[in-house]
Design a protein. Structure first.
Length: 136
């Protein structure tokens, strides 16, 4: 869709992915910061399914959940718990008419600004291809 710029809610774990996003900025990496609304959480495992649904309900075109790499979670298994929720969330979103491509989970380590820039850029491109979400 011509001129469409998606709004993406990004949940960032405090210990790794938030620092990765900061590294992207410090390293002057190109990423679509204007499309991103970042929310810092203590752990990706604390991102409740209702937060995802509320993000879409309040106008987000997509949601990214970014946590620590498996085995590096500050809270031991928080990111594993987050990963376990993804299939359930995808089914819930599909039932609400929201394509699962509009939500993504990934890990970004503290110093990996390049990965943060790549993931956020890919998400923007995916959503541009899907077009605006007819909000629920």
């Amino acid at each position: 869709m011509h001129g469409f710029e998606p709004k993406i809610i990004v949940f960032l774990c405090n210990w790794c992915s938030y620092e990765g996003a900061d590294a992207a900025g410090r390293g002057r990496r190109e990423f679509p910061s204007g499309n991103l609304r970042e929310i810092r959480v203590m752990c990706s495992g604390r991102v409740a399914p209702r937060f995802i649904l509320e993000a879409f309900g309040m106008g987000a075109d997509g949601v990214l959940i970014l946590g620590c790499a498996p085995g590096d979670c500050h809270y031991k298994i928080g990111n594993i718990e987050a990963l376990k929720r993804i299939p359930l969330l995808e089914r819930i979103l599909e039932k609400k008419g929201i394509k699962s491509d509009r939500m993504r989970y990934n890990s970004v380590s503290a110093g990996d600004g390049e990965k943060y820039a790549r993931i956020s850029g890919e998400m923007v491109e995916t959503l541009r291809g899907l077009g605006p979400l007819d909000h629920v």
